[in-house]
Design a protein around this ligand. Structure first.
Ligand SMILES: Cc1cc2nc3c(=O)[nH]c(=O)nc-3n(C[C@H](O)[C@H](O)[C@H](O)COP(=O)(O)OP(=O)(O)OC[C@H]3O[C@@H](n4cnc5c(N)ncnc54)[C@H](O)[C@@H]3O)c2cc1C
Length: 416
């Protein structure tokens, strides 16, 4: 009998799983449930839409016909509310019960709210969906002053959006630099200069104590802990994600800051898999559990999960993620896990060109490239192949890295 697959979430993880499932199992029934009202779009590009540099159309990836053509039952605007693992069913907010033989949870995260007075006032924006991007584009376009909170990879998008709309924004950062867990002063200052060129002012050792609002409840300013007032008609906050796992309460699926899965994307519960941002996955390269919020990683996890759901159960996730920032006139790329290193090496090559590498247990685990990203491939290969390069920092800082001159891989990284 044909197997039934249910996928919760139509982001890139869920959608890539649906595509792989259909390729691997032409007879199976596939249902994709999403609480959004539109099918898969390119979440990476919604920032460009919000900046006003891209129209809507190229951001859509699939239209409903894409699903119909593949005999995939797409349920838009449908919230999964409960999973009965024993009974193999998913309940929805509309009262439907959908049964499955294999379930994939790919529901990602929701931006955390800033837990301060005014943190949800009108004009305070959190950024995850295309609808958020539409609101943000309109609001930033009208605002003359802004404040951005969250000195990481998503916060900088909000800062760039303000810059693109000529909204004079202050970017409040807790420490003395942007993305302080991955960058030192030398790299961060390149980013700070890039922000200033866009009309965004970095403000260090800062943070929001509360927001002020006008009589209609719309934000007017952020006040930091020292009492300094930063006028803001527009506020953008990106301080992390809460993972969408509520509907798994009272199930044997282990949730611990995300859904715990093995290297095959299987959860602790029978026939339940998870993929994408939501996973706390076992990383075979790092040899430990980790989490990663990148498009490429979510796509690959969806495909790996699907291959295992079909029954092969042999596909393994071995992947080195990367994340680029395209707001400036210089390239920026983070690769691997740049924040978990114990030893570091870095070099400035010329003004605006900088590289930092993070090592752990004698291996490269990640890094950041600014100004010249030409070595990204070779650096990712070194991580993926687990080459013991801990004593070869100088060779890895060379402008052109000679892979053949480095210690060979002790693993068969292509075997999985
Ligand atoms: C503004 C922005 C910029 C980004 N830029 C980059 C970038 O440059 N490079 C990069 O690599 N990554 C980037 N990312 C991150 C990247 O988009 C994510 O890592 C990726 O989209 C995760 O895919 P996912 O399928 O795991 O989750 P999601 O894309 O979050 O999809 C999960 C889906 O599940 C739905 N859902 C949640 N709960 C339920 C429920 N109960 N029932 C039904 N449906 C549910 C959600 O609404 C959502 O549609 C960016 C993210 C954002 C928001």
């Amino acid at each position: 009998m044909a197997r039934s697959y249910v996928i919760l979430g139509d982001g890139i993880a869920g959608s890539s799983a649906a595509e792989t499932l259909r390729e691997e199992d032409p007879e199976g029934s596939i249902t994709v449930v999403t609480n959004e009202d539109e099918p898969l779009y390119n979440r990476i590009l919604i920032k460009e839409f919000a900046k006003g540099t891209m129209p809507e159309a190229p951001i859509q990836i699939h239209d409903p016909d894409w699903y119909a053509d593949r005999d995939i039952d797409l349920r838009l605007g449908t919230e999964a509310t409960t999973v009965d693992v024993e009974g193999h069913t998913v309940e929805t907010a509309g009262g439907d019960s959908i049964s499955y033989d294999r379930l994939l949870v790919a529901t990602g995260g929701t931006p955390m709210e800033l837990p301060v007075e005014g943190g949800t006032a009108a004009g305070v924006h959190y950024f995850w969906t295309f609808d958020d991007a539409r609101r943000i584009r309109a609001a930033a376009g009208e605002a003359e002053t802004g404040v951005v909170v969250g000195a990481g990879l998503l916060g900088i998008d909000l800062a760039a959006i303000c810059g693109a709309h000529g909204c004079a924004a202050r970017y409040l950062m807790r420490g003395d630099r942007w993305w302080r867990y991955a960058l030192t002063d030398a790299g961060a200052s390149i980013v700070h200069d890039g922000l200033r060129e866009k009309g965004v002012t970095p403000v260090f050792e800062s943070g929001v104590d509360h927001f002020e609002t006008d009589t209609s409840g719309h934000v007017t300013a952020a006040v930091d802990s020292s009492g300094q007032r930063h006028p803001a008609e527009f506020v953008g906050v990106a301080i992390g994600l809460d993972f969408n796992t509520d509907f798994l309460a009272d199930t044997p699926v282990e949730c611990d800051g995300g859904i715990v899965v093995d290297e095959r994307m299987a959860t602790a519960a029978p026939d339940v898999y998870a993929a994408g941002d939501i996973t706390q996955y076992y990383d075979v390269i790092l040899d430990e559990r980790t989490q990663n919020g990148t498009w490429g990683s979510a796509k690959e996890q969806g495909a790996v999960a699907a291959r295992n759901m079909v029954g092969e159960d042999t596909a393994t996730f071995r992947y080195v993620p990367s994340y680029s920032i395209t707001h400036f006139d210089f390239p920026f790329l983070s690769f691997g896990h740049p924040t978990i290193g114990e030893d570091h090496a870095e070099r400035t090559y010329e003004e605006g060109v900088w590289r930092r590498l993070a090592f752990r247990d004698g291996r490269l685990v990640g890094g950041v490239l600014i100004g010249d990203v030409s070595q990204q491939r070779v650096l990712k290969t070194i991580i993926r192949e687990e080459r013991p390069v801990g004593d070869h920092a100088e060779a890895l800082l060379a402008e052109e890295i000679d892979l053949d001159a480095l210690p060979e891989s002790p693993v068969d990284a292509t075997a999985e």
